[in-house]
Design a protein around this ligand. Structure first.
Ligand code: C2E
Ligand code: CA
Ligand code: CA
Length: 801
């Protein structure tokens, strides 16, 4: 072999030979094809693998390429544009030139090499070497197919969900980024949907984690089947899936919602894992991309829509709209206020206490602590307005700690006629964790409250939702001597099996069923069976929301132990506690009745005739209720009537009658003593096309309304709290005034004033909005009243009062 691979200065024959042999050995030792090229890139030597490779691929040329220019070969392949290797060849050609010119120390490049039977990857590496007295190079090739594949699978794994093999959040975000840019540039319509499975946690409880995983895989498959080409489905977290809808038809604005409904319906058929049929449902939120909107904004809109859908219940698909945005912004600001209130030095929270009465003796036996929030702008807010928010944000822990501390401290003063009362405290399920027991123990130690006087109330649905952790905590609490009450009993969905697993002392019959006593046989049957059930598991019962003597008497006849409700007293602040206790003592004790014959309330014929007459005359429900309440003296059970109760007693078709468009003038008077709220309402109402006037209290409102040249408002909005000229003062004045008794009036109130709803009806309000509310809610209520007017034009109060 006449080729010198390794440069030798002043070669001595023997040395040259051994060096050549060494070089040959080195070349052949390389496990991939190797060649050496001179400064002109001409191949001067190849190794054994190269030869074998050439032979295996049908090479007949004895030289195996020796003498050929490596660079020419690359340039030819590169020039063959569109050929499979043209780009790689161009890159390698460039590398060779640089190495041979001495401007590059090393060069390497990975390239694919597909044959019909297999596809492989190679790495080509150029190392400069002096060859034949010039700057040449050794060019080695290595088969890196395996390395390449493992790298590729790592890359795949980092961008895909290992369970479903769907793109993960990161990949989805990347695609979304491109889609959003593309949409902006080319004016395309795209949308995103977030889908959340409902109660997926229960699936794991029922069939274990492996089963739960299998369900997720099936869900992914069903969802995938709903996609069109170009759409992307990803699993964004545990039980949430996200879809990017590409290139939607701009002429069909509802198409993204339709597609999302398709996703939700795809889960309708039961899933079958290990022979257990499982029914799943989901909610979904959709957001359309608007021009110039960032990915973050789009995702926020999507999640706001999902929240909205979830608040409507499983199976719903909600689209992001202006109102959703408003509700979200509103929720955020309220959340910020709540956070602030919890760190503030002056507490904005207060506990109100509602007496719980022993039905047989009529004596107060316990009190339930119910939290309220004295909001700096919105006034006193009821728990329904902020507990769900506190739960969703985790702030419930701090709030719950405060409630417990305060209730336990107040316990010393919660006595009546020398008797110590039990104290019931509500717990959210999220508060029941492994720290609860120690926390409660410390709170009890610091106060003089005996554990037996403390009742922990947990809602039934909460217990049903998280069985494991809750059971342990409740068990430990029970060991301490604390009593456990199941709140809102009867509203949960699950089997009653858990009653055996939990140390339950008290079942609280939900007020929804109590409200049906005397009106609906099934509600009465539910009250009866809950009482029976409690007896069977050794628990006692409390009837919630008792408003009438009839409900009291019925519950007592069932053997229900205790009751609480407006019949005795609403929840009151500590300074009104004594007065509330005394008012409880005024309520007569209902006579016991035999258990065998629960009283079946039918309407007194005289009362029925009165309802029929007033209804025929077109009287609104609240007016009928007011008239009925005046007949209480003749009613043996002495119940109070609400408009709702009257409605349930009337034929359904008649209820809507008498509504007509009586007052088109779009002028609204808002009466509220808090300036920021007035401003907020004004903005909302003006945007909706109303003219707005403001008054700071009821008297100012009346002064404005009775001016002779004043236009009659389409709607009056009265805030309930602005003593002494509050909404109650103002409504009496309005209804008594001959030009105003037809004007619909909206009451703005707080959830804590629930007992006011009966009175609101009677007083002549036409609708109620509960604080706090997003402005859109109020605008909607005002618009409705402005178009329908009062339910009966002509002033029912003047006829029936
Ligand atoms: P709940 O535990 O079912 O409390 C009873 C609710 O019914 C109270 O509403 C009470 O004012 C109301 N109520 C009482 N008697 C009557 C009646 O005769 N008729 C009617 N229609 N309603 C009556 P409130 O105070 O608005 O509380 C609502 C819910 O907020 C409570 O329902 C409870 O689940 C939750 N909550 C209240 N305080 C706390 C708390 O400190 N922590 C937690 N986690 N939740 C609380
Ligand atoms: Ca409760
Ligand atoms: Ca309850």
């Amino acid at each position: 072999m006449g080729t010198r691979v390794v440069p030798v200065t002043n070669p001595v024959e023997g040395q040259a030979t051994s060096l050549q042999q060494l070089a040959r050995g080195l070349l052949d030792a390389w496990q991939g094809p190797v060649c050496a090229v001179d400064s002109e890139s001409k191949i001067v030597a190849v190794n054994q693998v190269w030869r074998d490779h050439a032979a295996a691929h049908g090479g007949t040329d004895e030289s195996c390429g020796v003498g050929v220019s490596y660079l020419d070969t690359c340039d030819r392949a590169a020039a063959h544009g569109g050929g499979p290797y043209s780009v790689d060849a161009a890159i390698v050609a460039q590398g060779i030139r640089q190495v041979l010119a001495g401007s590059l120390g090393q060069f390497g490049h990975d390239y694919p090499c597909d044959s019909p039977s297999q596809s492989r990857w190679f790495n080509v590496r150029l190392t400069p070497a002096v060859i034949n007295d010039g700057m040449g190079a050794v060019i080695s090739h290595l088969d890196i197919t395996e390395l390449h594949e493992s790298q590729r699978s790592i890359a795949h794994q980092s961008l895909h969900d290992p369970l479903t093999d769907l793109p993960n959040r990161e990949l989805m975000l990347d695609r979304l980024e491109h889609a959003v840019n593309d949409a902006d540039r080319n004016g395309l319509e795209i949308a995103v949907t977030h889908l959340d499975l409902h109660r997926y946690g229960q699936v794991n409880d029922r069939i274990g984690y492996r089963g739960g995983d299998a369900v997720l895989v099936q869900v992914a498959e069903r969802l995938q089947a709903q996609l069109r080409p170009g759409d992307t489905l990803s699993r964004s977290s545990g039980d949430k899936f996200m879809v990017l809808w590409a290139d939607l038809d701009p002429d069909r604005p509802g198409v993204a919602v339709e597609l999302s409904q398709g996703l939700v319906h795809a889960l309708d058929d039961p899933f079958d894992i290990v022979g257990v049929p499982l029914q799943l449902s989901a909610s979904a939120g959709v957001a359309m991309h608007t021009r110039g909107q960032s990915v973050d904004e789009l995702l926020q809109s999507m999640d706001a829509a999902l929240q909205d859908a979830k608040s409507r219940g499983p199976g719903h698909v909600a689209r992001f709209t202006h109102e959703v945005r408003e509700a979200t912004t509103f929720r955020r600001s309220l959340e910020a206020d709540l956070r602030q209130a919890l760190v503030g030095t002056v507490t904005q929270f207060v506990l109100h206490y509602q007496p719980v009465v022993d039905l047989a003796s009529g004596r107060v036996a316990a009190v339930e602590a119910l939290v309220r929030w004295q909001h700096p702008v919105w006034g006193l807010l009821g728990p329904d307005r902020f507990i769900p928010l506190a739960e969703a944000t985790g702030l419930i822990h701090q709030l719950g700690d405060w409630v417990l501390e305060q209730a336990v401290q107040d316990a010393a003063t919660l006595t009546h006629q020398g008797r110590e009362l039990d104290v019931a405290v509500n717990f959210s399920v999220r508060q029941l964790d492994d720290r609860t027991v120690a926390k409660l123990q410390r709170a009890l130690e610091r106060s003089a409250l005996k554990p037996g006087r403390l009742i922990v109330e947990v809602t039934e649905s909460a217990i049903v939702e998280d069985q494991e952790g809750t059971a342990t905590t409740l068990e430990a609490l029970s060991q301490l001597g604390v009593k456990i009450a199941v709140d809102d009993f009867g509203t949960g969905y699950s089997s009653l099996l858990y009653l055996r697993r939990y140390p339950v002392d008290i079942l609280k019959i939900d007020r929804e069923f109590v409200a049906g006593i005397g009106l609906r046989a099934d509600d009465e049957a539910i009250c009866a069976s809950i009482t029976d059930l409690a007896t069977a598991v050794g628990a006692s019962t409390v009837g919630e929301g008792v408003e009438t003597m009839q409900q009291y008497a019925f519950l007592r006849s069932l053997g229900c132990r205790q009751g609480q409700g407006f019949l005795w007293s609403p929840a009151v602040a500590l300074d009104k506690f004594e007065a509330a206790m005394n008012s409880c003592d005024q309520v007569p004790v209902a006579a016991p009745r035999s258990l065998g014959a629960p009283p079946r309330q039918s309407l007194d014929p005289e009362v029925t005739a009165l309802i029929a007459k007033m209804h025929a005359e077109g009287a609104p429900l609240h007016a009928i209720a007011a008239a009925l309440n005046r007949t209480i003296g003749r009613n043996p059970s002495g119940e109070r009537w609400t408009a709702g109760a009257v409605a349930r007693g009337l034929p359904a078709a008649g209820i809507e009658s008498g509504i007509e468009d009586s007052n088109p003038a779009p002028f609204v008077l808002i009466c509220n003593d808090v300036e920021p709220i007035r401003r907020l309402l004004r903005i909302g109402l003006e945007q909706a096309g109303f003219a707005v006037e403001e008054a700071a209290d009821g008297r100012a409102a009346m002064a404005r309304l009775i001016q002779t040249d004043a236009p009659t408002p389409a709607v009056i909005v009265l805030d309930s709290q602005q003593a002494p000229y509050d909404a109650w003062w103002a409504i009496a004045a309005i209804r008594a005034h001959h030009t105003l008794d037809d004007v619909p009036v909206l009451l703005v109130t707080t959830a804590t004033a629930k007992h006011a709803s009966v009175e609101a009806d009677e007083a002549g309000f036409d609708a109620t909005v509960t604080k706090p509310f997003p402005p859109a809610e109020l605008v909607k209520a005002v618009s409705r009243l402005a178009t329908t007017g009062r339910s009966v034009p002509g002033g029912p109060k003047s006829r029936f009062r």
